[in-house]
Design a protein around this ligand. Structure first.
Ligand code: GDP
Ligand code: GDP
Length: 449
């Protein structure tokens, strides 16, 4: 196999169809297989091609099967040895793997050895696709797939024997691989910021103070509306862009007609940004629009912070009161940071951009499934799920489904038995363990019976 090709390893207990799958993948793509000297005879390497271009190398650990069967007949000791043998071989194969095709048997369903091997694979933190083999017909396909969700890997049903879904398999496996580096040099990363707040709160003053002398107004890019005037600048070696600042400016003129200040168009600019800054006026307090905005940002899981501007105008006790009001309004999103600043005096402006960076970094975290499941054990042990309708929900498995914002899925026996208060406990605990203090977070519970 070409050494520079990414390698996908077929892992699975004996008889699930790995060898059949391997042959099918190789043959259907007219690739050449050969033995690799120096590698145990039991391992088969081949190259999977697409339109005659090699896409990835595939490694089959299938040779274990024969030995394994031989050992099974030897009785209980043999079976333990056999499991260990599979684990050892899998372990060796995983060492230089780029991704894993975890093969299971759709007709047998999920067996303990599948779960055992899957746990092993998860600990590696490699991108993994669960290939549900022997789904020879469409009937009962959904039913058969359901229990494999518990493994927490994305699933694809195939039939190696009948060649069903082989193209989709190559496509899904290719999707596991790291993106090829493109020809174009990537644009230097910039942190995109949206500035919201009612007219006169000091949005323009803040943008000017933060961007300083070196700002570049990027306006009227062909094909975009006049509203998309971006302000791009560099601070401490990092690149930032305030998006849609034309909207900010225009609205400043509608000082006497607050109703015209449109929450919806404000929200729109947040979708173009990595982090949103909501500016309030310390002298004016929290307006109805501000409340609506906070509510919407929270519901939409927008990463945001609150700036209480014009602190130079308000006495200390008024600021304390304002902060208290805001904390109450934010009781369901306590992760949102609040800064007391002044565009005029410069108070605490230096904290804004690093905080925005931090929120964005937290929002982009990817936590390995192994770490998540260790954390889940710890969190469940510290506080058991409460008894609801005479029993407790069982928690099987935790996985991260997405980032931006971090989204976690708990596979549980019965989500109805998990009260909201316990979900909030889980969120607090995960935030603490993984140090996600200011980014929004989504938690989902999925029942898998
Ligand atoms: P391995 O031990 O995991 O490599 O599994 P094999 O490839 O040797 O397959 C084990 C058995 O399952 C063989 O008898 C195959 O013919 C059979 N098999 C493999 N794929 C399929 C399939 O898609 N459908 C059915 N019905 N049988 C299959
Ligand atoms: P925008 O409508 O939100 O863009 O607000 P502007 O930036 O245009 O500011 C509105 C008014 O508030 C202007 O007169 C600013 O000089 C004033 N202003 C902005 N920030 C501060 C501040 O921190 N302290 C004080 N005292 N005035 C400020």
């Amino acid at each position: 196999m070409a050494e520079n090709l990414p390698r996908i390893i077929l892992v699975g207990r004996p008889n699930v169809g790995k060898s059949t799958l391997f042959n099918r993948l190789i043959r259907s793509n007219r690739a050449i297989t050969h033995d690799r000297p120096g590698i145990t005879r039991d391992r088969m390497d081949g190259v999977v091609r697409r339109k005659d271009m090699p896409v990835f190398g595939i490694v089959d650990t299938g040779g274990i099967t024969l030995d394994a069967h031989a050992m099974v007949v030897e009785g209980p000791e043999g079976i333990r040895g056999f499991e260990q043998d599979i684990l050892n071989q899998t372990e060796a194969a995983l060492k230089d793997a780029t991704a894993v095709a975890f093969v299971v048997d759709g007709r047998d369903g999920l067996l303990p050895l599948d779960e055992h091997l899957a746990a092993h694979v998860r600990r590696k933190g490699l991108p993994t696709l669960c290939v549900v083999n022997k789904v020879d017909g469409a009937e009962h396909e959904d039913e058969r797939m359901a229990e494999f969700h518990a493994l927490g890997f994305p699933l694809l049903a195939v039939s190696a024997e009948h060649g069903h879904n082989m193209n989709a398999l190559v496509e899904d496996l290719t999707a596991l691989l790291p993106e090829e580096s493109s020809e174009e040099p990537p644009a230097p990363p910039t942190l995109r910021l949206a500035m919201l707040g009612r007219p006169n709160a000091g949005k323009s003053s803040l943008i000017n103070a933060l961007s300083g002398e070196d700002r570049m107004i990027v306006s009227d890019v062909a094909g975009t509306t006049r509203d998309s005037v971006d302000v791009r600048f560099t601070k401490n070696g990092k690149d930032y862009t305030f998006v849609d600042t034309a909207g900010v400016r225009r609205r400043t003129k509608i000082t006497d007609n607050v109703e015209k200040y449109s929450v919806n168009s404000a929200i729109k600019s947040t979708t173009k940004a990595d982090v949103t800054l909501l500016t309030l006026d310390a002298a004016e307090g929290v307006s109805q629009q501000d409340k609506r905005l906070m509510d919407m940002l929270n519901t939409r899981k927008t990463p945001f912070m609150i700036l209480i501007n014009k602190c130079d105008l308000a006495p200390r006790n008024a600021l304390d009161q304002l902060r208290k009001n805001i904390n109450e309004l934010l009781s369901f999103c306590q992760h949102v940071p609040v800064l007391l600043v002044s565009a005029l005096s410069g108070k605490d402006l230096h904290k804004i951009l690093p905080l925005a960076q931090k929120i964005h970094e937290e929002c982009s975290v990817r936590i390995s499934t192994g770490k998540l499941n260790r954390a889940m054990e710890e969190v469940l042990t510290r506080h058991q799920p409460p008894v609801v309708k005479r029993s407790r929900a069982k928690f099987f498995y935790l996985t991260q489904a997405e980032s931006q914002p971090p989204t976690f899925v708990f596979f549980v026996s019965d989500s109805e038995r998990v009260p909201e208060s316990y979900v909030r406990y889980l969120e607090r605990a995960l935030r603490k363990i993984f140090e996600i203090s200011h980014a929004p977070m989504r938690l989902h519970l999925r029942s898998s019976h």
